[in-house]
Design a protein around this ligand. Sequence first.
Ligand code: PCA
Length: 345
Amino acid sequence: MTPACLTLPGHPAHPLTHLARACALSVWMAVLAFAISVPARAQTHWDLPTGYPLSNFHTVNIELFSKDVDHATAGQLKITVHPNASLLKMPEIKRGVQTAQVPAGEILLSSHANEDPLFGLDSVPFLATSYADAARLMRASRPALEKKLASQGIRLLFQTPWPPQGIFSAKPLTSAADLKGLKWRAYNPATARIAELLSAQPVTIQAAELSQALATGVVQSYISSSATGYDTKTFESLKYFYDTKAWLPRNAVLVNQRAFDALSPAVQKAVLTAASDAEQRGWALSMEKDRWYTEQLAAKGMQVAAPSAQLKADLAKVGEIMTAEWVKTAGAVGDTVLRDYRASH
Ligand code: PCA
């Protein structure tokens, strides 16, 4: 592919004659065309929708994952993160990845609990209430979760926990009876079920719409993390936060298996390494930021308190009921996962 002009006699490269300059340009264009056409240098672009805001620690972690992949692959795989449900609403992301509408995406696992109880295990109240237990629960359920997702053409890349779940309320809570009749924001089937058991009025609202719902008085109470309380400026509407540490739900970053298979082996390896790093970093970030987020809630005027003994006892009962319900619906797979979790202590 040597352009003919290079072989022309009597045209030294320096100083550049008119013709030589034209030739130099055509050589560069040929080089460029070659570079673009070489498969090893081919660039793949992935869109990765998420349901949470840009400043949220999950999003920060996913952006770092994207940068790591970019560096490790010398730009062969570019991942664009679309935060805050800007590309797809959070509950639609899983299906989007499954149907290859998007190659990758971040989901809240437990929002898909109605499809399979496995997705909701992390949100069974009081089953795993510390980071250490939540990590054990993740490890015990990972094989079954990966298998389930694989059957849907999805590969699990990494999982990151939200901080422990506490109750935000417009009024002080001395027992669960104080929640009776309050408008309660739910974000997954478990949080809707809690409302039912506490005789609160559930309304399902995703995180991206929560600020608005709080500002317009549609929500008087909800259970979630310090992170979401901060992200949604809950302190502007609700005054109380009870740090119940009821469970640590996880987000998962998923990729369509065929999109993954289409990458070169070296790029696949880079993605898996970056994913494993992101999982470790995500757990550390969650833990570290929980303290900061909780301090911020107090600094912005919220009363942050531990739940009273009565509220704790009332919620523990809810936990017992929901654990029994989970065991009943999750069948043999659920039994195995729970047995492995309990054996890991
Ligand atoms: N924040 C998300 C899910 C769990 C959490 O801590 C939310 O409230 O939607």
